[in-house]
Design a protein around this ligand. Structure first.
Ligand code: CP3
Length: 348
């Protein structure tokens, strides 16, 4: 089968598939015992920077489950480390940036990097995974969207209200626009490097963009996400994902993407109706539902598939990443349920 006919790539082009393809954000990660075992031997950043080990982690979920895609094991913050901001993943605390950007001067001091030179280990991981996958399923590459990466650079870590980010945006829009411009260039090179190394689709994670009003999204974010998506090599589907985006979906679509990623807060049918028929959608089971019993999971899967109503262009996923304490057998059950309940040849 030509690689472009794999179900996930057909769905991204809104072509019919025999069943709804499914993959999961954070499908490689701490809920998997084989991931935790490897993590005993590597710090998180070292794991990302070791191509053989990162390729092993990328392949762990696709070896265990009949998933319809692999996602590169890396992190959205890898690109900021060579920019000289001091990135660290402290155990249990998530990412920390030691010298966050709070002023125009801070933005000007950011190291201007060539992502293709600065992140060779990522491209090497892609090449290893592609060899190993041998056209069985496509490999998805990814990057953080400019807003979400900027939010980490400005906050210095996770945030609840994004106050430092908004303060920079509102008080010094020139600095904000300069920062976003830098991130567009670096991220475009980074994703095009992944595409040259062999990824067959890319996901842009704008995970925290739901913190913004629709007006602020249009002024401070949309032009940059659009410039980034337009700078990507043609022919590779782009999945544009964010959370808390109910008010932003039409603007995110305007920024671009072949597939719009939906979180669990929106009704998939209504969201797709608002977006219109010219775009595919991905989503959108609440990751917490995987804590429930399989019978309950099945009801929820059925409800999402009913909202997609068998229209071509639905990629099943969670509304955000797999949670750490998710039972592995519930993930296995979910993937089987999606395939079985969506199958055109079997019972609907
Ligand atoms: O399987 C996959 O999805 C691929 C790997 C992947 C990781 N991070 C590995 C990871 C992907 C696609 C990401 C993206 C990412 N990283 C995002 C966007 C997606 C999202 O969750 O919204 C963000 C915001 C980050 C930044 C980040 N990395 C945070 C906030 C954290 C700490 C929170 C947490 O879950 O621990 C990380 C660490 C991280 N990235 C882990 C993994 C598997 C856990 C690290 C560990 O092993 O301790």
């Amino acid at each position: 089968m030509p690689i472009g006919d794999l179900p996930l790539l057909r769905a991204a082009r809104r072509e019919a598939t025999d069943f709804t393809p499914v993959w999961l954000m954070r499908q490689a990660g701490r809920y998997l015992p084989e991931y935790r075992a490897l993590r005993e031997r590597y710090k998180f950043l070292d794991l990302c920077k070791s191509p053989d080990a990162a390729a092993t982690v990328t392949l762990q979920p696709v070896k265990r489950f009949p998933l319809d895609a692999a996602i590169l094991f890396a992190d959205i913050l890898l690109v900021v480390e060579p920019m000289g901001v001091g990135l660290e993943f402290a155990r249990g605390d998530g990412p920390v940036i030691h010298t966050p950007l709070r002023s125009r001067g801070d933005v000007e001091r950011l190291a201007r990097i060539d992502a293709r030179d600065a992140l060779p280990f990522v491209f090497e991981t892609v090449r290893i995974v592609r060899r190993e996958l041998d056209r069985r399923v496509p490999l998805i590459g990814f990057a953080g969207a400019p807003f979400t990466v900027a939010s980490y650079l400005v906050e210095g870590g996770a945030s609840r209200d994004y106050l430092e980010t908004k303060t920079l945006m509102y008080r010094d829009p020139v600095a904000w626009h300069a920062l976003m411009g830098v991130l567009v260039g670096v991220t475009a090179d980074y994703l095009n490097g992944q595409i040259e190394a062999g990824v067959q689709a890319v996901q842009l994670f704008d995970s925290w963009v739901g913190a913004l009003s629709a007006d602020d999204y249009r002024t401070f974010v949309l032009p940059y996400s659009r410039a980034l998506i337009r700078a990507l090599a043609p022919g590779i589907p782009v999945i544009h994902f964010g959370t808390g985006t109910a008010a932003l979906l039409p603007s995110m679509q305007e920024a671009g993407g072949d597939v719009i990623g939906l979180d669990w807060r929106v009704d998939l049918g209504q969201a797709w109706a608002r977006l219109g028929p010219d775009v595919a959608v991905q989503g959108n089971l609440d990751p917490a539902v995987l804590m429930a019993d399989p019978d309950q999971i099945r009801l929820r899967v059925r409800a999402i598939l009913a909202r997609a109503a068998g229209r071509p262009g639905h990629i099943f996923n969670l509304g955000h990443g797999v949670l750490q304490h998710t039972p592995v057998d519930h993930v296995a059950a979910l993937i089987d349920m999606v395939h079985e309940l969506s199958s055109k040849s079997g019972e609907r």
